[in-house]
Design a protein around this ligand. Structure first.
Ligand SMILES: [Zn+2]
Ligand SMILES: [Zn+2]
Length: 247
């Protein structure tokens, strides 16, 4: 059962004073799932009172710093806090190499058990959540994830150009979180950098028949311009509070 969903950081590229880079939390009854762990995620995660013992799964979309820059630190802080619960980290192919290399270079021996599983397609977490992935159109290998519980489904699609893979993955989902790095007048820049515009995100949500669209991964000038954007009569811009997914 998915209880809550929360955005810990929604800036694209570099963190801002009032907003960190990519990280999302899904809370289930007995465990939490983190999606992406950009730099500064740990402090946001701490501020919102999550616990080490519940953090059992981390899904990484891709290896750009705004999505993975906080991961090694987070794993290290878990060790320092004497938390012994195991953790499983999923992500694209080179994730294992990245984590292993960084742990060796920083001479970190994790004291708890951890597993890194790459290129997950269909995964079952604790018998109650099914996870599917799809390949995105980005400048590096990038995966989006769909989390299906009996009561709720959430898709996180970042970073990507608009692609039918997202449409299939997000088909009829309850929440589609789609990246929205640029305003429509920056379409060319979006294409060059393999990102989406506001119109792209709305188009994909429409095509997928998502029930709700939440926008994230904002470039510098975009956030104060989309305050009034809505989809299915619900605002697409949310704050950093938890959303209740239990009706
Ligand atoms: Zn990014
Ligand atoms: Zn990226």
């Amino acid at each position: 059962m998915i209880n809550t969903f929360q955005i810990l950081g929604m800036s694209a590229g570099s963190p801002q004073l009032d907003q960190g880079v990519s990280s999302y939390m899904i809370s289930c009854s007995n465990y939490d799932i983190m999606i992406d762990c950009g730099e500064g995620t740990y402090l946001e995660w701490l501020k919102h009172k999550y616990s080490w013992n519940k953090l059992r799964y981390i899904f990484i979309t891709h290896l750009h710093p705004d999505h993975i820059g906080g991961l090694i630190n987070l794993l290290f802080y878990k060790k320092l806090s004497n938390s012994n619960t195991p953790i499983i980290i999923y992500g694209p192919k080179r994730l294992k190499e990245y984590v292993d290399f960084n742990l060796i270079m920083q001479n970190i021996n994790l004291s708890y058990s951890y597993k890194i599983l790459t290129n997950p397609k269909f995964e079952k977490l604790n018998d109650d959540i099914f996870v599917e992935s799809a390949i995105m159109k980005h400048s590096v290998k990038c995966l989006s994830y769909r989390f299906n519980a009996l009561n709720f489904s959430i898709v996180i699609a970042t970073d990507t150009l608009p692609t039918d893979n997202t449409v299939y993955l997000a088909s009829n989902c309850d929440i589609l979180v789609h990246e929205c790095t640029f305003m429509n007048y920056n379409l060319e820049k979006a294409k060059q950098t393999y990102h989406s515009t506001l119109n792209d995100a709305l188009y994909i949500a429409e095509k997928a028949k998502a029930k709700r669209l939440i926008l994230s991964h904002f470039g510098n000038e975009i956030k104060n311009k989309i305050d009034n954007v809505s989809f299915n009569n619900q605002k697409c811009l949310i704050n950093n509070n938890r959303i209740n997914c239990n009706g």
